[in-house]
Write a protein that binds this ligand. Structure first.
Ligand code: ZN
Length: 307
């Protein structure tokens, strides 16, 4: 559908630089039409979306007493085995940062999007719970969650953490081993079920919307291109297009997610009523003010080596 769009055809001939405001307006317009026509949208959100809520990246959070440690001393199975209390407290401090932050207009816009399309899959690389707190449901978390713990010996299931300030990790009720943060640590693979669910959505969707990620860290980085290969329109919203792939079905929308997403969703669905989750969807606005948080210039995954 969108692949035969005249704008896209022209883009194939000569792709103008994405910083050109007219190009961005065109991309917004084509992206809005693609979203409006879509039955299934797959969203991938990255660290840029959390940064706009003021949540620091792993390395930005390494201040004060945490600055003396390498990331490998805080976020590996070996570090947890040697110093469980230290690792636990590091994650408790990061949970506290997340609890003091709030969802921003990008999170809200994605809730609205889910209410306007027949099927929306939200995949995130972020380990905070801001999508859920904004009202998104069934979020696929590729890197786990700061808000959960699981058995370090591998018992199934997770526990929601309420004891953020506890100095030592609790023990598993099933086997007595220590509970560990339910995040993906350095050198650990992404959870298979979550990645498969994300890959399946990337293959099945009509529109893939990548937000706040530079799409350079595999395997999540391959998701938009899997989608493009299967004929979807790929919309990339990020402050920088450095490192992003280009192509005839890829629409770059350069700017902060908290500004560009509400604009995109408003252009796509203004005047159209929510298909479902009416009460959960915030009202549409033409544009939203950028959040008060620092504007991100780069994207870094949450609990991965390159974080
Ligand atoms: Zn256990």
């Amino acid at each position: 559908m969108a692949a035969s769009d005249p704008l896209l055809e022209r883009r194939r001939v000569a792709s103008p630089p994405p910083t050109d405001p007219q190009t961005r307006a065109e991309a917004l317009s084509v992206a809005a039409r693609a979203l409006r026509a879509a039955e299934h949208v797959c969203v991938l959100s990255g660290a840029g979306v959390s940064a706009e809520s003021g949540i620091p990246t792993f390395r930005e959070a390494q201040t004060g007493l945490w600055a003396q440690y390498s990331p490998q001393e805080l976020a590996t199975p070996e570090a947890f085995a040697a110093h469980p209390g230290r690792v636990w407290q590091w994650y408790a401090s990061r949970r506290a940062m997340v609890r003091s932050a709030h969802p921003n207009p990008a999170h809200q816009a994605l809730v609205t999007l889910a209410s306007r399309v027949a099927h929306c899959t939200l995949v995130t690389q972020n380990v905070d719970d801001l999508h859920e707190r904004a009202g998104s449901r069934e979020v696929i978390s590729l890197h786990g969650s700061l808000m959960r713990a699981r058995c370090s010996a591998g018992c199934p299931g997770t526990t929601l953490l309420t004891d953020a300030e506890a100095a030592e990790p609790p023990t598993c009720q099933g086997c007595g081993a220590l509970m560990r943060p339910d995040v993906v640590w350095f050198g650990e693979p992404m959870p298979m079920a979550e990645f498969e669910a994300a890959r399946h959505a990337a293959v099945a969707c009509d529109v893939f919307l990548s937000v706040g990620t530079s799409n350079v860290v595999e395997p999540a980085a391959s998701l938009p291109w899997i989608s493009a290969t299967h004929g979807a329109t790929v919309i990339v919203v990020n402050p920088s297009m450095d490192g992003q792939r280009r192509g005839p079905s890829i629409l770059p929308i350069e700017g902060p997610a908290g500004v560009m997403l509400p604009r995109l969703i408003a252009e796509a669905f203004a005047g159209r009523r929510a298909r479902r989750h009416e009460t959960a969807a915030p009202p549409l606005r033409e544009s939203a003010a950028p959040s008060s948080a620092s504007s991100p210039t780069s994207d870094q995954p949450s609990d991965q080596p390159s974080e």
